[in-house]
Design a protein around this ligand. Structure first.
Ligand SMILES: Cc1cc2nc3c(=O)[nH]c(=O)nc-3n(C[C@H](O)[C@H](O)[C@H](O)COP(=O)(O)OP(=O)(O)OC[C@H]3O[C@@H](n4cnc5c(N)ncnc54)[C@H](O)[C@@H]3O)c2cc1C
Length: 493
């Protein structure tokens, strides 16, 4: 039996593992952590589950290609989704608030009242979102050429809209507003560098109820995928960090684990961090300039520090919604190597399974400097003290903005950019790989490595903008390539 060894049991590695096992390969996943899931993870603190990932999952609605991918991967077994009315609420230092609804008619109505002279921009946005609604960005991975051609033809009508808005950043669009308040609401949809098409598609998915929150959070998705992988005969090796991808005569021939054990393989797929795969796991480093140059041209997502609190489930005046709120600050907060002008705060009130009755987890996410936290990590006392200081600064700001939280917050956990790196190996602590911008959005990276045959890649670094869907899709696409090379038909279910 042809043996496939996969590095990393994140969503991409699990997706590749499930597809490889389904297609008749002897499949082993080697995951360095004690649990699978990578960044798609959650951890327990004082009777609460801190979910470090999923806020919304594209493909939550049955009947489209992304939903079929999740189903085929076993991620949705018994999962119930919740769709929320609001995306995010911007809270200004003076207490003014503006909620960005997931409903475009409501957005037009409410935002239009704030700034009638910006109605043409709101209308432009609403029209683009309405055009994008119901669009299936398929084709289904593995479809024959004629089905793929039909899927492309179906997209022809919206191509001009795509071409127009993938060359405009959200920040550029936001600058066109006369009202600074409305401009800020747009800017705070994720990040201003992202292309406008990303925001348009996201709101189309919200409107179509195709980007819901899965009750139970990240764990249920991962548990479903692990179950599917193991039911197909795949072997998940936990606490099995890979030290090296063995090469002989220009091809990958197996793995060497940190404990020295060797694993022979006919094919290797790496779902681990791309930078580490190319430069640490391969010795000598991969000569592939197509991939190596990405690290010079593409900025990664700025890493995060996250502070988790236990809090009342529905405290008065605290915005909920898909991304919670963005607190704009009157003076910058030093988050360690970075002065931030605001941070987001997301109570998981929508999900009662994550906390004792009447409580929820409130997660503050603050952009933080990679170098700062990476340097500090070896000075353990200082590192802990700085974490505690950041937590108390964040707590004070939350209590000042939301009086109902005063005396009602209990600190559960603090993580830093270094925590992300330590647990998942992601380069510079990035939480979604490379940031998508108007210059790189449409530039998918290859899943092969020049100079190393029989090595395939998957994971969020290979599709700018990252996220769970791209991780899952690249895992499947890697096995599609593998099947082609082995001369086997590819199947998904
Ligand atoms: C706070 C936060 C919120 C997010 N919210 C969303 C959201 O709402 N929706 C969405 O779509 N996406 C979201 N994301 C992004 C999403 O989590 C990631 O893009 C996705 O999980 C990446 O999956 P991956 O498999 O490509 O990589 P990873 O998750 O990084 O997986 C890589 C795996 O490889 C393992 N590994 C690394 N090196 C080795 C080695 N040497 N040996 C063995 N194993 C190794 C790691 O331990 C890890 O398990 C969020 C991320 C964060 C952090």
């Amino acid at each position: 039996m042809t043996r496939v060894a996969i590095v990393g049991g994140g969503i991409a590695g699990l997706s590749a593992g499930i597809c490889a096992a389904l297609n008749g390969f002897e499949t082993h996943i080697f995951e360095k952590h004690s649990i699978a899931g990578g960044l798609c993870t959650a951890w327990d603190r004082k009777g609460h589950v801190i979910d470090g990932c999923v806020h919304w999952l594209v493909g939550s609605k049955p009947g489209n290609s992304m939903h079929r991918i999740w189903e085929d991967l076993g991620a949705l077994d018994g999962v119930k989704f919740v769709d929320q009315d609001e995306y995010v609420t911007i809270v200004q230092p003076d207490g003014r608030r503006l909620a960005f609804p997931c409903n475009m008619d409501r957005m037009y109505e409410e935002f239009g009242k704030i700034s009638p002279e910006d109605r043409h921009l709101l209308d432009e946005f609403r029209r683009a979102v309405n055009k994008a609604r119901g669009i299936d960005l398929g084709p289904d991975i593995g479809d024959p050429w004629w089905k793929r051609s039909l899927a492309v033809l179906a997209l022809l009508g919206i191509m001009p809209m795509f071409m127009r808005y993938d060359r405009v950043s959200v920040g550029d669009f936001a600058k066109r507003f006369k009202s600074r308040e409305l401009g800020l609401a747009f800017e705070h949809f994720f990040l201003p560098e992202m292309p406008m098409i990303f925001m348009i598609m996201s709101f189309a998915w919200f409107m179509d109820k195709n980007a819901g929150y899965p009750l139970g959070g990240s764990r249920v998705l991962v548990d479903g995928m692990v179950k599917k992988f193991e039911s197909l005969g795949g072997k998940l090796h936990r606490r099995a960090p890979v030290k090296r991808i063995e090469q002989r005569d220009g091809r990958a021939v197996g793995l060497v684990l940190e404990d020295g054990s060797e694993v022979a393989a006919d094919w290797v797929i790496s779902g681990a961090d791309l930078h580490a795969t190319l430069n640490d796991l391969l010795d000598p480093p991969a000569p592939d300039q197509r991939l190596q140059s990405l690290f010079e041209t593409n900025p990664p997502f700025e890493p995060l520090a996250m502070v988790a609190f236990s809090m009342p489930r529905f405290p008065e005046g605290v915005p909920l919604g898909v991304a919670g709120s963005v607190l704009r600050l009157d003076k910058p907060l030093d988050s360690g190597g970075k002065q931030v002008e605001g941070f987001s705060f997301h109570p998981f009130s929508v999900d009662p399974t994550l906390a004792p009755e009447g409580r929820t987890v409130g997660l503050a996410m603050v952009e933080a400097g990679w170098e700062y936290w990476n340097d500090l990590k070896d000075r353990k006392d200082e590192y802990q003290a700085r974490k505690a200081e950041l937590a108390s600064q964040v707590q004070a700001l939350l209590e000042q903005r939301f009086p109902s939280l005063r005396g009602n917050l209990e600190l559960l956990d603090v993580s830093t950019p270094w925590t992300f790196r330590r647990y998942t190996g992601n380069w510079r602590g990035s939480y979604e790989g490379f940031l998508a911008n108007k210059d790189n959005y449409r530039k998918p990276s290859p899943l092969t490595v020049q100079g190393v045959d029989r090595l395939l890649l998957c994971g969020h670094w290979l599709r700018n903008g990252g996220g769970l869907p791209t991780a899952a899709m690249t895992g499947m696409e890697a096995v599609l390539l593998l099947c082609k090379r082995e001369g086997r038909p590819f199947k998904r279910r």
